[in-house]
Design a binder for this molecule. Structure first.
Ligand code: PEP
Ligand code: MN
Length: 354
């Protein structure tokens, strides 16, 4: 159920409707839009008694939401969500593409700083790198844990890059939420509902990756879990799904981008690194992802991919990332977007890197 407020409804009236909804034992989710505010209702088992709400001052309409997901739906919020970050001009879902780049895993301070400097110069506004790695084998590198998060936080201080890093369980989520600017929930955890709820209860924006065999509805319902707990800053990320194809690690489903955009107001990013698993396919698929209208890219870049402790095969050399950015900058205007320009490294960063 959704309460659509009139265009001229006052904040007071919106508050009164929210209080009424909460008084009925449900949860109210006010979603301000450019034209009007809509208030999503969750926590109801069946139909919400409409008449008590539709007669309240400022209420335009009370409508049933036809989809199983509510808060992610463009029925609830027509305007696209733009995720903003404190003390930064970077955003996700705005006219500038969000470019997130960095190594698969945080290995050493030197490796992280060397890579961060290159992706920063190439134009990335966000830096990725896992401190908690979900690996297929228990004997593979599992990440540096909190020590890795501290290194990532140093990168933010040195370069002003926003930090995106994965949480794999409740314990790591608490730590990631403390150090990072955005919490990544990986493909393997897309339906870890207790983790999704916890991600919804903390305040940092969430990057939610598509499960490797998740349908679009399952993907959107996973985002609904996060939002239903009150965190509305969710970005979706297509990272490839399992198919019979064996020429790539996964099959990057770019058709999901316009499919998401028809149904949801949430931004959708594309990960061409896990989506292909092969370095030589990352730039071509990045071009395609931007052309199809995604809101940004998350790309693995390593200063020395042969020595990488995870995903070296799909990690770009920094020079290749420079070229990727050049190409993306040319394609972006065709779809009404811009790509971030190259940047010069602030002096203290060079010092910190030594
Ligand atoms: C990653 O981003 O390093 C990662 C593990 O991604 P995914 O969850 O998509 O496999
Ligand atoms: Mn990886």
């Amino acid at each position: 159920m959704l309460v659509v407020m009139q265009a001229h409804a006052t904040d007071e009236q919106v508050r009164a409707v929210c209080q009424k909804i909460e008084g009925l034992g449900y949860r109210a989710h006010p979603m301000p839009g450019a034209q009007r505010t809509a208030i999503g209702i969750t926590g109801n088992r069946g139909e919400v008694e409409q008449s008590s709400l539709s007669e309240m001052p400022g209420v335009g309409d009370v409508i049933a939401v036809s989809k199983p997901y509510k808060l992610v739906s463009s029925e609830v919020k027509e305007d696209k969500t733009i995720i903003r970050f404190p003390n930064s001009t970077a955003s996700i879902g705005g006219s500038e593409l969000a470019i997130i780049a960095g190594p698969c895993g945080v290995e050493t301070r030197e490796q992280v700083f060397a890579t961060a400097e290159r992706v920063f110069r190439a134009g990335a506004r966000f830096f990725r790198g896992g401190a908690y790695k979900p690996r297929t084998s228990p004997y593979s590198f599992q990440g540096l844990g909190e020590e890795g998060l501290k290194i990532m936080a140093e990168v933010r201080d040195a370069f002003g890059l926003l930090i995106v890093t994965e949480a794999v369980d409740h314990e790591s989520l608490e730590k990631v939420s403390e150090y990072a600017d955005m919490v990544q929930i990986g493909a393997r955890n897309m339906q870890n509902f207790s983790l999704l709820k916890l991600a919804g209860r903390q305040r940092k924006p969430v990057l939610l990756k598509r499960g490797m065999s998740a349908t679009l509805d399952e993907f959107l319902m996973a985002a609904e879990y996060v939002m239903s707990e009150g965190n509305y800053n969710v970005a979706l990320c297509e990272r490839g799904v399992r198919t019979f194809a064996d020429h790539t690690r996964n099959t990057l489903d770019l058709s999901v981008v316009p499919a998401v955009q028809r149904l949801s107001h949430l931004p959708i990013l594309v990960d061409p690194s896990h989506g292909t698993g092969k370095r030589n396919k990352v730039t071509p698929l990045s071009r395609a992802a931007v052309a199809v209208g995604c809101d940004g890219l998350i790309v693995e870049v390593h200063c020395n991919p042969e020595q990488a402790l995870s995903d070296g095969m799909q990690s770009l050399y920094p020079d290749q990332f420079d070229e990727l950015m050049n190409q993306v900058r040319q394609i972006a205007p065709i779809v009404g977007r811009t790509a971030p320009e190259t940047q010069t490294v602030p002096h203290p960063a060079t010092v910190a890197a030594r």
